[in-house]
Design a binder for this molecule. Structure first.
Ligand code: PBG
Length: 324
């Protein structure tokens, strides 16, 4: 005797409490990482047209925003800097009084237990918008590594708990690890954007920080969307080089990749629900075509189910409010 009618799966779906008892995947505020844009040029807040609800913030506004998020249960933030000036090599990225370094000091002073993660990349700081130094029309890998390592050390000295290289140069995790260790910063962790695809879903982000490449594109360093075996190789290399957490980015179009990298590496995993993914939900919600908050929650839960321990999302605060 098996199967229907003695087996009825609807029995445990009958009430919210029953569903909660048997839910396989949990999502809580402590699983979320809140990405924020801090700007050296803004006096207060300036909205980003393609990312409703997300603003570029001055350091003072950032402090207010993060304090409110902390009170709602958010425990980790990921900072992106918008500098006042840009040049060929992105030198503002290395300034110990640069925008990210200043923001990190401010946040750690205010909320010592907050986990502050910084994006390590040059594209917000270079005049050409590429993620590294350009030589003869190409991003020069090894020269870029030296600058990224110096940027990471400078973030860590300011108090960053975790540095997150997003540039996709070969060997950057190893370069960051040795530079951090040499500076006595062996406790600073590395969250590697190990598997980052050359994606159309970064469009709104590039508008937010004005980092679209002025020539060419990023396909010479970010991954081809058709590849998954290559993702496993990227992940394995980063683990060997000392990464503490691996990221897959974007999230929803790459859940299969997330699952495979998680299974192959056994590493703590993050997935980035990127600006374009966020913007699509917001746009449809604004039109009244979907329930934006419910869709965001479903997306975040799906990302957790696929293997992410941590979900990086611009909707972190609305999720946290919902989840408490
Ligand atoms: C910087 C960086 C990008 C994103 C995170 N770090 C943009 C890019 O690679 O062009 C995208 C994040 C998002 O779209 O939300 N290299």
């Amino acid at each position: 005797m098996s199967g229907f009618p003695s087996v009825r799966l609807r029995r445990l779906r009958r009430t919210g409490v029953l569903r909660g008892l048997v839910r396989e995947t949990e999502l809580g505020p402590s699983d979320l990482i809140y990405p924020l844009f801090v700007s050296e040029t803004e006096g207060g807040r300036s909205p980003i047209a393609s990312m409703p609800g997300v603003d570029r913030l001055s350091v003072a506004e950032l402090a207010r925003e993060v304090t409110a998020a902390w009170e709602e249960g958010i425990r980790a933030v990921l900072l992106f800097g918008i500098p006042a000036s840009r040049d060929e090599t992105g030198s503002a990225a290395l300034d110990s009084d640069g925008i990210v370094q200043t923001a990190v000091r401010e946040l750690k002073g205010l909320l010592p237990d907050l986990v502050v993660i910084t994006d390590v990349c040059l594209c917000e700081y270079t005049s050409h918008g590429h993620c590294g130094v350009v030589q003869e029309g190409e991003v020069a890998n090894d020269r870029t590594l030296e600058l990224l390592a110096a940027q990471a050390v400078s973030h860590a000295r300011a108090g960053a708990d975790i540095v997150a290289p997003s540039d996709m140069m070969d060997g950057r995790v190893g370069a960051l690890r040795s530079a951090l260790d040499a500076a006595g910063l062996e406790a600073t962790a590395i969250l590697s954007y190990a598997v980052k695809y050359a994606s159309a879903f970064y469009g709104p982000f590039r508008e937010a920080v004005d980092s679209a490449p002025r020539f060419g594109d990023r396909r010479g360093y970010q991954m081809d969307p058709g590849n998954v075996l290559e993702a496993l190789r990227e992940a394995a290399l980063d683990v060997e080089e000392g990464a503490d957490i691996l990221m897959v980015k974007p999230a929803l179009p790459y859940l299969d990749v997330l699952r495979r990298v998680k299974e192959a590496s056994g590493m703590p995993m993050a997935a980035y629900h990127v600006s374009g993914e966020y913007a699509m939900l917001q746009a449809a919600a604004e039109k009244g075509w979907i329930d934006g908050d419910a869709a965001l929650l479903e997306a975040a839960l799906a990302i957790r189910r696929a293997g992410a321990d941590l979900v990086i999302t611009y909707g972190a605060r609305s999720l946290a409010r919902w989840l408490v």
